[in-house]
Design a protein around this ligand. Structure first.
Ligand SMILES: Cc1ncc(COP(=O)(O)O)c(C=O)c1O
Length: 493
């Protein structure tokens, strides 16, 4: 063997030694996963026992165990013990359920190892997805936007632009330390906690976020909001942003977005809307009016991995003032090693690298593009409508039960309720419903979640599930009743 050939033989790669074996393994994985999704109703799920955890957690082997072996570990010790956010009776938190075609699109994306969404076809795909999202949500065409990892990052991105656009000083150069006046922002007390985290990470301090009381319908009280802004102005603070909710996480309530937009305009403040899941009522037939006024927002945060059922890891921030968006995220110091490549980008203000935190991007837009194009607007609109109709159906089933009650207005896709037997005292009701929650979740994790609204504990079913069928809601009501009857003696001996 010559010296050159010997050296080549020593060179490492992560490509398979045997492509045919990899092909067989790949086909097997694909078949297994499609079968899993096809049978998802009866697939087991639940947290792993100690024995299984031991199989998962141990020191990294010095020598690899091989692709087939590790796939076996996935099949035997991981997949059966996952939360499985794909099940038809999963109505906890706000859990998108994914789709088989979404899974395949993710495989293609990974096969390409991401791609940067700034140049070539990827740039057009990203641009087109943003355009479609604007169209579906009725957001003005001139707005810009960027795909991000989900609702939290989408809100963070919107608030970052708001902060920089409305600051008294050049925020990029001086930071919040350069401010003379305290910047304050406002949201209803039903707003998602990720907004508070954004405020903290943006260096504004969570004391700057004024939690405004909501009314009996869980909507921000405009009178209280106006007063809070006025109080802050009197104290020489700088009210700069109003946050509205298009779909609160606890009960699915919608703020009076038009009223908030008008107030923001009058007060010369930024108007940001968190529409993580609720914004999609815009493509329903009967409930689009709930989001009236959303189009007035300066920035809007939405998710595609919740009610749009795309594989996790996709949200979107839309911003009307494209320049403000761009100047918030564009690098102050030019990256010399990127200059020539970025110079090729046709329109710098739609380059996603300059509109959000990550530099390396993973071609998130591909799955959105393929799914939206494969199923079209009507299919998604029908699914949103179906979930709203099913939610009303569930609410009706609960209303018919003498020993159950609805505990918050049913507005969109969430029903809050309790089991309320024999007029138990409040304290005992809470205890009993906590027991019901624990018992249900032990048997069927995240069938429902629990929450507290205006100090009252309750159960909560949030329906963004394209696999649920009407009989599943009968099952839920029956299970709650059965579990409640079984446990009531524990709180009322
Ligand atoms: C209204 C609302 N906003 C923001 C978020 C955070 O989104 P993500 O979980 O995609 O980060 C959620 C999550 O449930 C939500 O319901």
């Amino acid at each position: 063997m010559g010296r050159e050939t010997k050296d080549v033989a020593l060179e490492e790669t992560l490509d398979p030694e045997d492509w045919e074996a990899m092909r067989r393994l790949g086909h097997e994985m694909l078949d297994d996963m499609l079968t899993y999704l096809q049978n998802i109703r009866s697939e087991p799920s639940g947290s792993p026992p100690q024995k299984v955890i031991k199989e998962i957690c141990f020191p990294l082997p010095q020598e690899g165990e091989g692709e087939e072996k590790v796939y076996e570990v996935f099949q035997q010790n991981i997949l059966p013990y996952t939360m499985s956010l794909t099940k038809p009776r999963f109505w906890g938190v706000v859990a998108g359920t994914g789709t088989p075609y979404g899974m395949l699109a993710e495989m293609l994306r990974a096969g390409m190892n991401g791609a940067q969404e700034a140049l070539f076809a990827e740039a057009h795909v990203h641009k087109q997805v943003i355009k479609w999202i604007k169209e579906m949500l009725g957001f003005p065409e001139e707005a810009g936007g960027v795909l991000v990892s989900g609702g939290s990052e989408a809100n963070f991105t919107g608030l970052a632009v708001a902060r920089n656009a409305k600051a008294d000083v050049d925020m990029k150069a001086k930071g919040t330390q350069g401010q003379n006046r305290r910047m304050t922002l406002y949201c209803g007390d039903e707003t998602h906690h990720c907004l508070e985290r954004s405020v903290e990470l943006l260096g504004l301090g969570n004391e700057a976020l004024r939690w405004i009381p909501t009314d009996d319908d869980c909507r921000i009280r405009l009178d209280a909001l106006e007063k809070a802004i006025e109080d802050d102005r009197r104290q020489n603070n700088h009210p700069f942003c109003i946050i509205g909710c298009a779909g609160t996480v606890n009960s699915g309530a919608f703020d009076d977005l038009r009223g908030l937009a008008d107030l923001a305009k009058k007060e010369d403040m930024w108007f940001h809307v968190d529409g993580a899941f609720g914004a999609w009522v815009k493509i329903s037939k009967t409930h689009r009016h709930l989001a009236d006024g959303m189009e007035e927002a300066d920035s809007l945060a939405v998710d595609l991995h919740k009610w749009m059922c795309m594989p996790y890891g996709i949200g979107c921030t839309l911003v009307k003032d494209r320049r403000a968006h761009y100047s918030t995220f564009v690098y102050g110091h030019e990256a010399r090693y990127l200059k020539s490549a970025f110079d090729l980008v046709e329109d710098r203000m739609i380059n996603p690298h300059s509109l959000a935190l990550p530099l390396s991007r993973n071609f998130t837009s591909l799955k959105a593009y393929m799914l939206l194009r494969a199923y079209g607007r009507n299919k998604y609109g029908n699914l949103i409508q179906q979930n709203i109709d099913q939610t009303n159906y569930l609410a009706e089933l609960i209303r018919k039960e003498p020993e159950m009650e609805i505990t918050a207005p049913v507005v969109s896709n969430i029903v809050c309720f309790r089991y309320t037997p024999r007029k138990l005292a409040e304290e005992k009701l809470e205890k009993l419903n906590r027991l019901i929650y624990g018992d249900l979740n032990q048997r069927s994790f995240m069938m429902v979640s629990d929450t507290t609204i205006k100090g009252r504990y309750m159960l909560r079913a949030c329906n963004v599930n394209h696999r649920s069928r009407r009989q599943d809601f009968h099952f839920l009501v029956d299970e709650v009743k059965r579990t409640g009857e079984k446990l009531v003696s524990q709180v009322n001996p």
